[in-house]
Design a protein around this ligand. Structure first.
Ligand code: PEP
Length: 249
């Protein structure tokens, strides 16, 4: 059976003192969970969050990285830099990065390869726009994004990746996909992974749902056959909400 994973994405929120207070406050509440808990924090919070989360069941991730190992890329952060301070996870291809920072399926693929090479675990986001959903193209879009993300990646490395299905129309909007629709989309992604890498890897790979996950809808979403947990934005900023989501399953 696949484990459940609940990952928070703080986006461009939380100062270091807020990050440390958040972690100190949530640790006692979630200490008995069997679920894997990840917080993907801004770069400036990484070091403080890693120190505060030491010897707890919270793992720390970044929200982006560059695909090159090093070089003249002002303002960028490399996989090796993240790894050097013991960051474990990194979000790749979040729709906000695709939308506002011109990330493409090609750069997503390059970043995944570099992350794996540096022993970071990528959380790779795919998802359709409302227009694509309404014109019946959602499945084609998300399975194509999955295929392009995984292109050229060794099958043995694919199970190190976490995928996150995040319909763009549900991110930060308060609109959630129904648990049935989200589960069906994730089934389609899993089927594509099976075609590309075989049934065993498809059965093992963790696929999260993201898009307005809240304490009120988490249990229903996470109790479906194929949703292995959530990538949570807004609701990961409050200890009370995020801990309820973690403890919902
Ligand atoms: C996200 O940032 O990945 C996300 C799903 O945000 P929200 O939960 O706020 O919709």
């Amino acid at each position: 059976m696949r484990r459940k994973v609940i990952a928070g994405n703080w986006k461009m929120n939380m100062l270091p003192n807020e990050a440390m207070a958040f972690i100190e406050n949530i640790v006692p509440v979630i200490k008995n969970t069997k679920n894997e808990v990840i917080l993907c924090v801004p770069y400036t919070d990484l070091f403080y969050s890693l120190l505060t989360a030491q010897d707890t069941n919270i793992k720390i991730g970044a929200q982006n990285m560059h695909w090159e190992e090093s070089g003249a890329y002002t303002g960028e952060v490399s996989a090796k830099m993240l790894k050097s301070i013991n960051v474990e996870y990194v979000i790749i291809g979040h729709s906000e990065r695709r939308q506002y920072f011109a990330e493409t399926d090609e750069t997503v693929n390059l970043k995944i390869k570099t992350a794996i090479k540096n022993e970071l675990k990528p959380i790779v986001c795919v998802g359709e726009t409302l227009e694509q959903r309404e014109s019946g193209k959602a499945e084609e879009i998300i399975t194509t994004q999955t295929k392009l993300a995984l292109e050229g990646i060794d099958k043995n490395d694919v199970s190190k990746i976490l995928l996150a299905y995040e319909p763009i129309w549900a991110i930060g909007t308060g609109k959630t996909a129904t648990s049935e629709d989200a589960n069906n989309s994730i089934k389609a992604i899993r089927k594509k992974v099976s075609e590309l890498c075989g049934e065993q890897i498809a059965n093992e790979i963790i696929i999260l749902y993201g898009g307005s996950v809240k304490p009120e809808n988490a249990k229903e979403l996470f109790s479906t056959s194929d949703i292995d947990g959530g990538l949570v934005g807004g609701a990961s900023l409050k200890v009370e909400d995020f801990s309820k989501i973690i403890l919902s399953v």
